[in-house]
Design a protein around this ligand. Structure first.
Ligand code: ADP
Length: 481
């Protein structure tokens, strides 16, 4: 696959690909083979300052474009991404490891945010409020927040950027993206296509770096950056939230999850197994809405466990470009060790290993898809996000018990319910303390629906019309007549 026209190794600031100050670089590895792909510019404080100034200057002009003018440029970006879907998918798999079919899906999913917000940007409506006094008129207008900083993770190296950049740009903001150090190449490829689409210099910037703290410090301290949008761990989200306090920035935070799936006795067994597999094993279990805990009611427990095992046993683990591969490597050795820790803890506390349980024969960071049965609530796997292909089954008897265990978490991003009983669907969906609920469905995220968590899973929503509001300020005008 020829992707070299999209392989960029310099930072993209003010419409140009440039080296970092002092020509600093850092290595990017292929997690499938552990081989070096290339070295990429390693931005620091000075590069970040330069990007902020460029973004500020550019935003002053970009906000004066009509929504339709901005839309036309965003649509061009969308079209170029889809024309380059295959090359972008290959590059994404190369630096991230996920199967090519999943990367193709991510490119289309990521591009869909650009297409959708290109349209939705035209609908940033204000309001006219009936006056409180005869001699005045009251109006509300919506204006772009200003310069936005985006800090993004490695698990969706394309879509986590477009989901932020599309509404930001559509609403008239400029943006500075700091991608994860593991996956800067997808971000830089997006910059190349943004350039070709005619997005004006300084409106979209990418600062690759291995010095996240240094760049993050400058972005969060700057008066000129008016909003931070972050996807990543709760730990880092809290640090960034505290750092943004000083300049009272607007914040959107998509943080960790610990998604429960609740399978009731009356669930459609085949659908529940397929949906749980799709939710659990996508991206090798490395998404923040992946099912982490699988609660199964006693009457369906045996049948569910057996069917799940039968299907997961036949999974093809391998390199991203291998035919029909379903499970790739984990992103790093640390990720493997976390999975091992969760398995060891569960086994020590009485869980039963029924499938997998060890590193895969392929070596590196490949791990066998694993199923644990008879897991209980006090085990580590119920309290930490595993972010790996580990499916723990926890039996329960009553609906009340299931809800209590599902909500027994400081996180609240996604949850999934499997039942045919319409009253139970409502009761359980309303009782779950999460921002998203899948009902007899395991893959629920798309550009038209609001994505975001409650509790320590974050603030704000991405996608949908609500996602645009995150990049708009409300201004009230009171006019004497
Ligand atoms: P993960 O565990 O998925 O890697 P992190 O929260 O560590 O999640 O990382 C998400 C993003 O946050 C990455 O782009 C990473 O470089 C960045 N990051 C991590 N620590 C900091 C920090 N102190 N300041 C700014 N960005 C950070």
């Amino acid at each position: 696959m020829d992707f070299h026209h999209l392989l960029k190794t310099q930072a993209y600031i003010n419409g140009e690909f440039i080296s970092a100050k002092n020509d600093r670089t850092f290595p990017v590895y292929n997690p499938t083979t552990q081989e070096l792909i290339c070295r990429v510019a390693c931005c620091g404080a000075e590069d970040t300052d330069f990007a902020i100034q460029a973004a500020k200057t550019a935003q002053a002009k970009w906000k004066t474009y009509t929504a339709k003018e901005r839309s036309k440029i965003l649509q061009k970006w969308y079209a170029l991404i889809m024309q380059n879907q295959e090359a972008l998918a290959y590059l994404l798999s190369l630096e991230q490891g996920k199967p090519l079919a999943e990367s193709r899906g991510e490119i289309a999913y990521g591009a869909a945010f650009i297409e959708w917000f290109a349209e939705e940007g035209k609908r940033a409506y204000g309001e006219i409020i009936p006056q409180d006094r005869a001699d005045r008129r009251l109006l509300v207008i919506k204006q772009p927040v200003g310069v936005v900083a985006a800090i993004t993770p490695w698990n969706f190296p394309n879509a986590m950027i477009t989901r932020k950049a599309a509404p930001a740009l559509a609403s008239g903001c400029s943006i500075i993206v700091k991608p994860a150090p593991e996956t800067p190449l997808s971000a830089l490829a997006l910059a190349e296509l943004a350039h070709q689409a005619g997005i004006p210099a300084g409106v979209f910037n990418v600062l690759p770096t291995a010095q996240a703290e240094e760049v993050g410090e400058v972005l969060t301290a700057s008066q000129d950056v008016r909003k931070l949008t972050f996807t990543g761990s709760t730990k880092v989200g809290k640090i960034l939230m505290a750092k943004c306090a000083d300049t009272v920035k607007k914040l959107s935070l998509e943080l960790g999850g610990n998604a429960p799936s609740l399978i009731f006795n009356d669930a459609d067994l085949d659908n529940a197994v397929d949906a749980v597999i799709a939710s659990k094993f996508r991206n090798s279990g490395q998404t923040c809405i992946c099912t982490n805990r699988i609660y199964v009611q006693s009457g369906i427990y045996r049948a569910f466990a057996d069917k799940l095992k039968e299907k997961v046993r036949s999974f093809i683990v391998g390199n991203f470009d291998q035919e029909n591969v379903q499970i790739g490597p984990l992103i790093t050795e640390n990720a493997v060790q976390k999975m091992e820790r969760h398995i060891a803890d569960a086994l020590a506390k009485g869980a039963k290993l029924t499938l997998g349980g060890k590193r895969h024969a392929l070596g590196g960071t490949f791990f066998e898809p694993t199923i644990l049965e008879d897991v209980s609530q006090e085990m580590l796997v119920c309290h930490e996000e595993t972010f790996a292909p580990l499916a723990p089954l926890i039996p329960f008897d009553t609906e009340e018990q299931a809800i209590t265990m599902a909500n027994d978490s400081p996180f609240g991003l996604a949850a999934y319910v499997y039942t045919q009983d319409i009253s139970r669907i409502w009761r359980v969906s309303e009782a779950l303390e999460t921002g998203l609920v899948g009902i007899n469905e395991g893959v629920i995220s798309n550009e038209v629906a609001p994505f975001g968590g409650v509790k320590q899973s974050g603030l704000g929503r991405e996608g949908s019309r609500h996602g645009l509001e995150e990049f708009l300020e409300i201004k009230y005008l009171c006019m004497k007549v």
